[in-house]
Write a protein that binds this ligand. Structure first.
Ligand SMILES: Cc1ncc(C[n+]2csc(CCOP(=O)(O)OP(=O)(O)O)c2C)c(N)n1
Ligand SMILES: [Mg+2]
Length: 221
C-alpha cells in the first residue's frame, strides 16, 4: 500500500528497512524547507535491527523532523519482547543519541493523539527526532501459518476484553454524549463498505507486468 498524493510511503517487507527510508524522507523535508513531520513506524521486533541505530544517529545529528513510533505489540513474529530484547524499555532506545522517548498506552486513542501532537510541536520547533513507544497488542498470529502457541488464550481474551482500543473509544464517545449507538453503527457500516470496496478492487485488478520489477529501481543517466 502506497499513496504519493497522501504522503503515505507504504510498508516494507524487510523488517527495519522502513527506518532508514523514513529517515531519508525526513531529510528530504528538511532539505526542501518543508514544514511536514515524518512518522516512521516500527515494531518491537524491528527495533533490534542495526539499521535503526544508524538512522537514529543521522536523525539526531541533523535534527531531522521525525517521530519514530515504536508499536510494541509484545511480539515479533513468534517471539515475545522479553525473549528477544536485552532491554525492554524500548522508548529509551534513542538515548545514546540524545533522542528523547516516551512510553504510552497505545490502546487509548485520545491519549495517543495528545502525546503525538506534543511531539509534533517539539519537532516543528526544530528540537530534532523523538521516539514514541505505543504499548499495544496483536490479537492474531503473525500470519495464517502462525497458530500463536507462544501465549495463552486467556492472555489474548483478557486484552480483548479489557484493552480493546475501539471498544474503549466507543465507550468514551457514548459517555460524552457526542454520538449515540445508531451513529456509531452507521460509521461502522461506512468503514466496512470502504474496506470491502478496496478488497474487491485489489482482487479484480490485473497482475502487474513483469517489467514493473525494474520501475523506479534503476535510473539510467
Ligand atoms: C530482515 C528481516 N528479517 C526477518 C523477517 C521475517 N519477519 C517478518 S515480520 C517479522 C517480525 C516483526 O516483528 P515486529 O517488528 O514486532 O512487527 P509486528 O509483526 O509485531 O507488527 C519477521 C521476523 C523479515 N521480513 N525481514
Ligand atoms: Mg511486534
Amino acid at each position: 500500500m502506497f499513496s504519493r498524493e497522501r504522503n503515505f510511503f507504504g510498508g516494507h517487507g524487510i523488517v527495519g528497512a522502513q527506518v532508514p527510508i523514513g529517515t531519508g524522507l525526513a531529510f528530504a523535508q528538511q532539505y526542501r524547507g518543508e514544514k511536514n513531520v515524518t512518522f516512521c513506524y516500527l515494531g518491537d521486533g524491528a527495533v533490534n535491527q542495526g539499521q535503526v541505530y544508524e538512522s537514529f544517529n543521522m536523525a539526531a545529528l541533523w535534527k531531522l523532523p521525525i517521530v519514530y513510533v515504536i508499536e510494541n505489540n509484545k511480539y515479533g513474529m513468534g517471539t515475545s519482547v522479553e525473549r528477544s530484547s536485552a532491554n525492554v524499555e524500548l522508548f529509551r532506545r534513542g538515548e545514546a543519541y540524545g533522542i528523547p522517548g516516551k512510553q504510552i498506552d497505545g490502546m487509548d486513542v485520545v491519549h495517543v493523539q495528545e502525546q503525538a501532537a506534543q511531539m509534533v510541536a517539539d519537532v516543528r520547533e526544530g528540537k530534532g527526532p523523538c521516539v514514541l513507544e505505543l504499548q499495544t497488542y496483536r490479537y492474531r498470529g503473525h500470519s495464517m501459518s502462525d497458530p500463536a502457541k507462544y501465549r495463552s488464550k486467556e492472555e489474548v481474551s483478557r486484552m480483548r476484553q479489557e484493552h480493546d482500543p475501539i471498544d474503549n473509544a466507543k465507550a468514551v464517545l457514548l459517555k460524552s454524549g457526542a454520538v449515540d449507538e445508531a451513529a456509531l453503527k452507521e460509521i461502522d457500516k461506512e468503514i466496512k463498505a470502504i474496506v470491502g470496496e478496496a478488497a474487491d478492487y485489489a482482487q479484480a485488478s490485473a497482475e502487474p507486468d513483469i517489467s514493473e520489477l525494474f520501475t523506479d529501481v534503476l535510473l539510467e543517466v
